[in-house]
Design a binder for this molecule. Structure first.
Ligand SMILES: NC(=O)c1ccc[n+]([C@@H]2O[C@H](COP(=O)([O-])OP(=O)(O)OC[C@H]3O[C@@H](n4cnc5c(N)ncnc54)[C@H](O)[C@@H]3O)[C@@H](O)[C@H]2O)c1
Length: 259
């Protein structure tokens, strides 16, 4: 079997995790790291390039897997797509303008891109199940739990889940207000009538629970990422899928057959 050759953009926690995942994927070969902020020439036995042009002058990957920073991905995407190199992008925080440009560039060049804000297959399934349940319940709350160094709250995944739940039922959820909230904010935030609660604690990784409430019953859906390796099956699935794509796909849903 011919191996899929990749370059790993980013040598941080996720980039290193991608390298580890490729070590046990017999059909994927990592050629190099590309990281403008790295001071290393070599890491994990691979060369480390600091700029995309010199990287792609020496290495001819079929796919670049990017886990870096939204400031870097646009430059990487431009350099990759013009060389017919496909992209799997996990970096978060992109502007709408960049996403629109990337979608157009990918389609016009006929070069596949998979961009997913969450590569954990369980988290993608959780959102899919939540959309199903949303049609049958009028009230719901989301509790998202992350490590204490996460800079934003609520998580992007929690916001997207709430939005998709409201879209699926075609209207906002119903949420009663509390007459006497003796400590401010204890009812949490709210999107489309869905209550949102963000918990930040050392020891946590990434977790999300959705509780639906109805007449005489509740339904609880929960997903736990207990380590960064939880993202890797999704990253590998996207890498296999992107080879035969000629446009950009956002999210893992279609790759997992959930649409
Ligand atoms: N899609 C998902 O499922 C998923 C999961 C986890 C993390 N992420 C995202 O992946 C990205 C990386 O996460 P991480 O935990 O590996 O972070 P990290 O801080 O450990 O590593 C970041 C890497 O990006 C590089 N980098 C940082 N700023 C840069 C810049 N301005 N230009 C070029 N390179 C830069 C650093 O050198 C480093 O190699 C983040 O955007 C994070 O939100 C996505």
């Amino acid at each position: 079997m011919e191996k899929i050759s990749i370059v790993i953009s980013g040598s941080g926690s996720m980039g290193r995790e991608v390298f580890t995942a490729t070590q046990s994927a017999e059909d994927i070969e990592a050629l190099a790291y590309l990281d403008p902020l790295s001071e290393l020439n070599e890491l994990d036995g691979l060369p480390v390039y600091q700029d995309a042009q010199s990287c792609f002058a020496k290495e001819q990957p079929q796919v670049v897997i990017d886990f870096t920073n939204a400031a870097w991905t646009p430059n990487l995407a431009k350099e990759a797509l013009q060389r017919n190199i496909r992209l799997v992008i996990g970096t978060t925080g992109h502007t709408e303008a960049f996403l629109t440009h990337l979608e157009t560039d990918s389609r016009e060049k006929g070069v596949g891109v998979v961009l997913a804000p969450n590569f954990a297959i369980g988290a993608v399934l959780l959102m899919s199940f939540a959309k199903q349940a949303a049609k049958h319940f009028d009230a719901a709350e989301i509790i998202e739990l992350h490590h204490n160094e996460k800079v934003d709250a609520p998580s992007g995944t929690a916001k997207k889940t709430a939005e998709q739940m409201a879209d699926a039922r075609g209207s906002a959820f119903e949420r009663t207000s509390t007459e006497n909230q003796t400590i401010a904010n204890t009812r949490g935030g709210e999107i489309n009538g869905v209550g949102l609660h963000s918990i930040r604690l050392p020891g946590l990784v990434a977790h999300q629970e959705i509780i639906f409430g109805g007449l005489g019953q509740t339904l609880t859906l929960r997903h736990d990422s207990t380590g960064r390796n939880s993202f890797m099956p999704g990253v590998l699935a996207a890498t296999y899928a992107v080879i035969s794509l000629d446009k950009m796909v956002t999210g893992l849903e279609s790759i997992l057959g959930l649409e």
